[in-house]
Design a protein around this ligand. Structure first.
Ligand code: B4P
Length: 190
């Protein structure tokens, strides 16, 4: 199975690239951000619990993320693998992913880290705020999300470097150029 993590700061283009990767390589696109937004839109109990974390720019606690992920992953059928978008975001989530995959006799192929300077992340999310309607696309929350990324999520990089699964990708440039680099990287590892 072709299991890949796409990683990077908030607004680094994980969602944008995941759609293209899923289509080209026949993968299931599993975005924890999209799953959480769907729960909020549906007004579910979980959606009510997570909305304040998201609106304030904080990570949703690991237990809720793992709960929503395990509900979804068992329903994936007829795919060549999964592109994990926005997960893992903490070391505990990275360890949980190892367990989830090994229970299924699967492995991770690689983690692609979209590297984008903080100022560009900020600009992209401010631009996205004009149309996204997302409660977390506002100047104050954007700054908080970037801080949270450096504090809690960036340490995940070392975890995957130690496993020899880490691959940096220059995430600043056209969507097409970034996707071409990602595609050749995946093909080289297959
Ligand atoms: P996510 O939904 O994962 O969203 P994101 O980090 O904001 O965006 P992404 O990197 O996917 O960027 P996009 O392609 O849209 O997370 C939202 C929140 O959910 C988190 O803050 C957290 O609270 C919670 N959450 C989610 N997963 C969690 C987890 N595992 N644990 C705990 N909490 C979790 O791109 C951004 C913008 O840039 C778009 O407008 C796009 O069009 C544009 N863009 C993309 N590529 C570009 C390029 N190359 N050039 C110019 N613009 C580009």
């Amino acid at each position: 199975m072709l299991n890949i993590v796409i990683f990077g700061g908030p607004g680094s283009g994980k969602g944008t690239q995941s759609v293209l990767i899923a289509e080209k390589f026949g993968l299931e696109h599993l975005s924890t951000g999209d799953l959480l937004r769907a729960e909020m839109a549906a007004g579910s109990e979980l959606g009510k619990v997570v909305q304040s974390f998201i609106a304030q720019g904080n990570l949703v606690p690991d237990k809720w993320i793992l709960n929503i992920l395990s509900k979804t992953i068992d329903h994936i059928k007829d795919k060549k693998g999964v592109i994990f978008d926005g997960f893992p975001r903490t070391i505990a989530q990275a360890e949980a992913l190892d367990e989830i995959l090994s229970k299924r006799n699967q492995k991770l192929l690689l983690l692609l880290d979209l590297q984008v300077p903080d100022e560009v992340l900020q600009e992209r999310m401010l631009f996205r705020s004009k149309t996204s309607g997302r409660t977390d696309d506002n100047p104050e929350t954007i700054k908080k999300r970037i801080d949270v990324y450096h504090q809690l999520t960036a340490p995940v990089i070392e975890y995957y470097k130690n496993k020899g699964l880490y691959q940096a990708i220059k995430g600043n440039g056209s969507v097409e150029k970034i996707f071409a680099e990602i595609s050749s990287c995946i093909s080289a590892h297959q």
